[in-house]
Each structure stands twice: as C-alpha cells, then as structure tokens.
Design a binder for this molecule. Structure first.
Ligand code: PGA
Ligand code: ZN
Length: 420
C-alpha cells in the first residue's frame, strides 16, 4: 500500500513550475516528476496543476484527493495504482502531470523495495528483451520551439548509428559541435544577422537544439548532412504538423500555405533530396487520409514515418496503416501503465517505438530506463547541452554498462510487485 505521499512544485528546464512526487510504499520510497510541453498536442491528456506553486504543496486539495484515494488502500501493484490514478484523474481532473509524477514515484518505490533498478523493474512489466535505443539528437529547433511564426520543422535531428551507445554519443557531440562552430563562425550576429548577447555565442532552444533563424529547413538539412560526413549517422525531422495547421487540411510552411496532398509531395521531395530517414508527425492527427496515402510512398523512399501527436501515447489510438512507429511520451499517457499499454499496442501491430522527452524537462531520467525496458528502437532526448538533457545522456551511458556487463541478470530481474 501507499503509506506516504508528498507533492511539490519544482522547476522545469524553462524555469517554469512543474510537479514532483515522493511516494512511500512499504519500507521504500521513490521520487518522480513530470516534464512540460511548450504546446501540448490537442489529443493528449491535460495538465492539471496550474497553481504555479513552488515547494511543498502541503495538504492542499490535490494532495488530499490523492491521500484519500491511495493511502491505506490495498494495492496489488503498479497496474492497480495506475488504474486508481486514472479514475481519480477522470473524476477530479488531477491532470496527467500529477498522475505521472505519482506513478513514477511509486514505480521507483517498488523497484527500490525489490532491490532492482528502475530499468530492471520495468523490464519485468514488459515482455520484450531490453535493448539500447539509437539516439535522436536534436540539431536544429524550429516551429513553435523557436520564437516567431511556427512555419518550419520543430526539430531536425542527427541519428547516429555506430553500433554502440558510447559511439553514438561521441558522434552526437562531434556533429553537434561542428554545427555550433558553423553558426558561431557566421559571426557575432549569428545566421539571421541579429546581434546576440555573448558575441559569437550560439542560441539554443528549450530542448537544446541550435537556433538558426536565417537558415531554411533545406539549408539546415544540408548543413547537418555536411556535419554528418565521416560519421555513421542518418537524418531525421519532427514536422510537428499539428502546429503548422492553417485550416482543415492546410499547412503553413516557410511563408506559404499548402493543401495536404501538396504538402505530402513537398515532404517526400525534401526527404528524398536530403536523405531523411526518420519523419515524425508529417500531418495533423485529424488528417488520417493523408497519413494513409503517404505511408507506402514514404516506405518506398526508405523513410520511417512516426506518430507523436497522432497517437498521443494512447493505446486506444494506435491503429495500423498510418505510421511505422509510435512515439511514447509518458506525460501524454499520464501513468507508467498507460505508457506500457501504448507500447504493447504498438508491438502487437509490429510497429517500432520511440521514447521521447518534452520541450520543458526536469532532471528526471525515467524515460531512459523506460526506453531500454521496452526495447525502443529510438530515444529522443534533445541536443547534448545543458543539465536536463545531459542527465539523460549520462543515464543512457550507465544503462548501456548494465546491459553489456550483465545482461542476463538485468533482463530477468523478477518483478516483486507491492510486497505490502
Ligand atoms: P513537445 O515536443 O514537448 O513540445 O510536445 C517534444 C518533441 O516532440 O520532441
Ligand atoms: Zn513530436
């Protein structure tokens, strides 16, 4: 059973309040927090805690609801807790930020109680061999992740594929560093001719992507490709098309409007010209006809199509024929169990998995353990700069060590669900 629970307001990487939970289960306790998106997708579960408070939330209304609903009640494990959290959320609108923080804190408490790592414990909940994911390294940020009109790709990414995690991290650092120098060399004013504080310092976004406002998406792709030369690395893009919508079936891209079919042709052309191998959210979630028509053409061109806002990490939305891979954001799903259910729905259809950060992150690294536990093909943790992102790179480095050093031991950690 849950024997203690505390909520507090902490800061995300944009310096804005989010929520952290401490949960005690039996003799062990765990901590978890929730990241925050700059602009969440319209299909995902809502945030609840908008108080903006920092520090201990004491026994305020949300804490009282959680304590009444969870403590002293016999729980048979994570699934049981998460179902109750979902019920409380549906009834009282706690919000996915609160439910995820509590859910993660509880998962860590159970893992600690069983003497296993969070990864080992999550592996026990998901029948798939653990595996190190490939990195999606945010090189350039645009769209709503950048100031100004959202009419460019939200992210342009390098996808190292050296065969080892540490090799991939090294490649990420070298590719990113080369782009950073390119922008810095463009002068103290940067690519757009605007002066920045700090002379030649290069500006970066909340997810540590470089800002290059004077460069078109095509130019960014070219620059990235040049920076990838000599490395085993592919190119990826998150179009985040929901935020480019100019009306039903119309997209705003680099100053012009395009109908769905024309936008699909434009994306395919860019993908083929620049060798984009990973393409996320090319269309709005409601534009399913275009997704369906695009998929075979994209596959033909060697492009993996990924649904983020399309599926909103919701098992009920994961259907075949729209995409090759499902992107998982625990903060969209609202609990550990709902995230694992979305992962299982994807695997049941033979779809691949991407585990993803949000634009406003905390130092929490649970997403790395999750990615390894579900055997995700990719993980998206932003560019290799600043603490919130570096915490994830470092956790992956540690996880790679446990996998290669003692894979059997780690893979078969028994799940000891609440021994309470
Ligand atoms: P979001 O985007 O956190 O602003 O939703 C993150 C992403 O898709 O990389
Ligand atoms: Zn996305």
């Amino acid at each position: 059973a849950v024997t203690g629970l505390r909520l507090r307001g902490i800061l995300d990487s944009r310096g804005r309040p989010t929520v952290e939970a401490d949960v005690r289960a039996g003799d062990a306790w765990g901590r978890g927090s929730c990241p925050v998106a700059i602009a969440p997708g319209r299909l995902e579960r809502r945030r609840g805690l908008r108080t903006g408070e920092l520090g201990d939330l004491g026994d305020g209304p949300v804490v009282r609801l959680l304590r009444d609903g969870l403590t002293g009640v016999p729980l048979t494990g994570q699934g049981d807790l998460d179902r109750r959290l979902r019920e409380l959320d549906d009834r009282h609108g706690l919000g996915a930020d609160v439910t995820l923080a509590v859910s993660l804190a509880h998962a860590r408490a159970l893992a600690a109680g069983s003497g296993v790592s969070l990864r080992g414990w999550m592996s026990g909940l998901f029948p798939h061999p653990p595996r190190m994911p490939r990195l999606l390294v945010n090189a350039f940020s645009g769209g709503i992740h950048h100031d100004g009109a959202p009419d460019s790709f939200q992210q342009i990414m390098a996808v190292p594929d050296t065969g080892t995690l540490t090799g991939d991290v090294r490649a990420a650092l070298e590719i990113y560093g080369a782009l950073e120098r390119r922008l810095s060399d463009a002068g103290p004013s940067g690519a757009d001719g605007r002066r920045r504080s700090g002379g030649g310092a290069v500006a970066i976004s909340a997810s540590s992507g470089l800002l290059a406002p004077g460069w078109s998406c095509a130019r960014r792709l070219e620059e990235l490709r040049a920076a990838c030369e000599g490395h085993r690395a592919g190119l990826g893009a998150d179009v985040a098309a929901e935020h480019l919508l100019a009306g039903p079936g119309r997209y705003r891209y680099e100053g012009r409007e395009h109908a769905s079919a024309a936008f699909a042709a434009l994306l395919l052309d860019l993908a083929v010209t620049h060798g984009i191998a990973y393409l996320e959210d090319p269309f709005d979630p409601a534009d399913t006809g275009t997704w369906r028509a695009f998929l075979p053409a994209a596959r033909e061109a060697g492009v993996t199509v990924v649904g983020d806002d399309l599926f909103a990490s919701d098992a009920g939305r994961v259907v075949p024929g729209l995409a090759d891979a499902v992107l998982l954001k625990p903060s969209q799903a609202g609990t550990v169990t709902a995230t694992l259910e979305a992962a299982a729905a994807a695997r049941a259809l033979g779809l691949r998995l991407v585990v993803s950060h949000r634009s406003g992150e905390t130092e929490d690294t649970a997403m790395c353990d999750l990615a390894v536990a579900v055997g995700a093909e990719w993980i998206k943790i932003g560019g290799p700069r600043r603490g919130d992102r570096i915490a994830k790179y470092n956790q992956l480095i540690r996880l790679a060590e446990t996998l290669t050093d003692d894979p059997v031991q780690e893979a078969t950690d028994p799940v000891q669900e609440a021994t309470d």
